[in-house]
Write a protein that binds this ligand. Sequence first.
Ligand SMILES: NC(=O)c1ccc[n+]([C@@H]2O[C@H](COP(=O)([O-])OP(=O)(O)OC[C@H]3O[C@@H](n4cnc5c(N)ncnc54)[C@H](O)[C@@H]3O)[C@@H](O)[C@H]2O)c1
Ligand SMILES: N[C@@H](CCO)C(=O)O
Ligand code: NA
Length: 432
Amino acid sequence: MSSPGAPVRVALLGCGTVGSQVARILVEQAADLRARVGRPLDLVGIATRTVRERPGVDPALLTTDAAALVARPDVDLVVELMGGIHPTLELLTDALAAGKSVVTANKALLAQHGGELFEAAERAGVDIYYEAAVAGAIPIIRPLRESLVGDAVTAVTGIVNGTTNYILDQMHTTGAEYADALADAQALGYAEADPTADVEGHDAAAKAAILASLAFHTRVHLDDVDCEGIAEVGAADIEAAEQIGCVVKLLARCTLSADGTIAVGVHPTLVPATHPLAGVRGAFNAVFVESINAGQLMFMGPGAGGSPTASAVLGDVVTAARNRVRGVAGPGESAYSTPGITDPGRVRSRHHLALVVRDEPGVLARVAAAMAHSGVSIQEVRQVPLPGDGAHARLSITTHVASTADLGAVVAELEASDDVSGRIRVLRVEGE
Ligand SMILES: NC(=O)c1ccc[n+]([C@@H]2O[C@H](COP(=O)([O-])OP(=O)(O)OC[C@H]3O[C@@H](n4cnc5c(N)ncnc54)[C@H](O)[C@@H]3O)[C@@H](O)[C@H]2O)c1
Ligand SMILES: N[C@@H](CCO)C(=O)O
Ligand code: NA
């Protein structure tokens, strides 16, 4: 417990898009934060790569020596917003070992080293909070870790990357080119320092690992997540989706499989316009949780950007500070379950196939036979002539739920047949 009336002293690591907003709020809302914590929240130092003038930041607080800042005996709480794995892991490990609580937005770090950090916090009897690490401002970590801890979650499906949702939304609504939409997302502060983490799905995969760990009371590592980004999504996919009443979204899906294992994946997915996730626009995120007792819950809001993410960070800072004032630590992770990860081939989903076939008698029947042969059932099929080409047609096929292995067998058989020209484009389709 900190001494009576003493401030809770905060060290900030990183003063970029999010860190600068946290520094601003700590100053602008100091009186309210003090009233809510019961003590002042004093910002005692900010580590950055370079010491230079920053609007609204007292230059006397800046240092390039993050390790020395973390080691200062007067620091109670370390707020990590610098990102990266090293030296971040070492800095946070040192902070926890020294009895300091930690607030972080670093999903990449948690998805790879969460287990060791949670154990270090448990050993030291301090907090590690990370609401901002998944879906920015949206409260989803605490609802899963605390509010739903008495229920049995069966699925978590989310749009958890603002950059890719912004890009896909722009492609649908303005016909924007992928590269232009990405440049906008970077300028708006949504993208990671290296935006390949966004577009290749790694950022969403890290968040999926964190969500699945909490939802299923286990530890899911980034490497357990089957990950596909949006770099291959083009205008043809957008058009194919719209023709069947869907939008393309990058979905993170964490589900309980029939054999008791858990499937965790990130894939560009066709989402029917009637689904709650279809209307999530721009850089907004949403997480759709299904549980045995509560039923369906939808959490939606700003998923990226400096000020929204800082809101989640400050919520954690106040909670951790309140705990320190009372001399307690909040509830940690429960990771008692070891269900194992579903084999990627056994993951089940609806699929959409876009293919070009010879426009001749018997072709459609042979395509249907190939699907029947692998036990994949057709839900909907459309055929349109290929413009300016009397010999070929474009087929759009939506399947019923099937395993990815069975679907892969169908695709291989069809691609090897003379009836099909070129490659078949396969995308998952949300829903039953
Ligand atoms: N930007 C968002 O919308 C958003 C949302 C949720 C979570 N996050 C996460 O928050 C973290 C920060 O993101 P950001 O967008 O603010 O990044 P940013 O690149 O804008 O800022 C990072 C800051 O950390 C500093 N820094 C980096 N390495 C350092 C080191 N070794 N020593 C001292 N300072 C160092 C940089 O100088 C910079 O001030 C990341 O983990 C990111 O994944 C970002
Ligand atoms: N780059 C991330 C930031 C929020 O975690 C995104 O676009 O969602
Ligand atoms: Na959040």
